[in-house]
Design a protein around this ligand. Structure first.
Ligand code: SF4
Ligand code: SF4
Length: 107
């Protein structure tokens, strides 16, 4: 069971695809291959691959990637800006559910 302090280690990032200019810089910057360009060439986070190193944030020329704790409410309310690469295990499910609650991610 992951809870308390363990959970605080995680927060991931959030992107606003409406601001994204489809440049691919975040894809190149991420050391964990946690970004891809979706069918519309917008940046999409592969949630389970993100390791919270935050190097993508500074790489974005239009500043539309934030730590979850710092993301605007309207970005957090949007849909389809992330996906999972595989079925989450039980621990990851708990982390995801808790993060969604903690940061009011509606997706
Ligand atoms: S925070 Fe780090 S690991 Fe996560 S998507 Fe950004 S660059 Fe990749
Ligand atoms: S770096 Fe920013 S603008 Fe470029 S693809 Fe990633 S999110 Fe979009």
């Amino acid at each position: 069971m992951v809870e308390g302090k363990e959970l605080e280690k995680f927060q991931r990032v959030i992107v606003d695809q409406d601001i994204c200019i489809e440049c691919g810089a975040c894809v190149a910057a991420c050391p964990f291959q946690a970004w891809e360009l979706d069918e519309s060439s917008k940046a999409r986070l592969i949630w389970d691959k993100c390791q919270d190193d935050f190097s993508c944030i500074g790489s974005c020329p239009v500043s539309c990637i934030w730590k979850s704790s710092e993301a605007p409410e309207e970005a957090k309310a949007k849909k389809n800006w992330f996906r999972f690469s595989r079925k989450l295990n039980d621990e990851e499910k708990i982390i995801f559910e808790n993060l969604s609650k903690k940061y009011s991610i509606i997706a």
